[in-house]
Design a protein around this ligand. Structure first.
Ligand code: DX5
Ligand code: ZN
Length: 217
């Protein structure tokens, strides 16, 4: 069964605590927090202050997805704010190895992220040092986009490398995830599914978490 990571990008910001408590009690293991800088992606979202505010209200794993150019600039701030996992895009820095080292040096789990247009080979040299790989299943920047099925073969490729090299990272998917799109990704080796609009735009977010889990039993 896949782990579910609701993305607060689609939550009700005015009632954020209520929404977080709902998905926490509803069986989600991870809370996905999307950081957008208006440069790496067009939109702006929120910063370390949000992670710091959320930290005391939940024990869920806080998964910080940095859609930020030169993420090295902010790694320490997100670690100090209470992130459990920090994800950096390989496309966002010429120094991906250094960025991942910085995350690990803070005692936080390190994640490398690839866009739909980026091949697995671009991250092969750093796979030995990561706790999680995030395979974007849409182009990053907005919630509510359609899942790109062509990304699934990259999940399978990563899963092969994981087995053949005896590595131990989680494979996360992000974008357009619902009870249908999650199935192929899970079969290919995904272990964590981010879901934003599918969970929070529903009248009953808990039933959506359950639907994703039931589809991957
Ligand atoms: C997109 C973000 C996602 C987003 C997913 O750039 O990284 O985490 O919240 O939203 P849905 O699940 O609606 O595609
Ligand atoms: Zn995300």
């Amino acid at each position: 069964m896949i782990k579910v990571a609701p993305s607060i990008l689609s939550a009700d910001y005015v009632n954020l605590q209520k929404d977080i408590e709902k998905v926490d009690k509803g069986g989600a293991e991870v809370l996905h927090i999307d950081i957008m800088d208006g440069q790496f992606v067009p939109a702006l979202s929120y910063g370390p202050g949000w992670v710091k505010a959320i930290r005391p209200i939940t024990d869920m794993t806080l998964d910080v997805h940095m859609m930020v150019t030169s993420p090295e600039r902010f790694v320490d701030q997100f670690a100090d704010a209470g992130a459990d996992i920090i994800g950096v895009h390989v496309e966002a820095t010429p120094h991906i190895h250094r960025a991942l080292q910085m995350i690990k040096n803070k005692g936080v789990k390190a994640e490398v992220v690839i866009n739909p247009g980026t091949p697995v080979s671009a991250i092969q040299p750093v796979l030995y040092m990561v706790d999680q790989v995030l395979v974007m299943t849409v182009n990053p920047g907005f919630g509510g986009q359609k899942f790109l099925p062509e990304t699934v073969k990259k999940i399978a490729e990563l899963n092969e490398i994981k087995k053949s090299e005896g590595l131990d990272f989680d494979i996360e998917i992000d974008g357009g995830v619902n009870e249908h799109t999650v199935v192929g990704a899970y079969q290919a080796g995904a272990t964590v599914a981010v879901a934003g609009s599918y969970v929070f735009d529903a009248d009953d977010p808990v039933s959506r978490i359950k639907a994703i889990k039931d589809a991957t039993k």
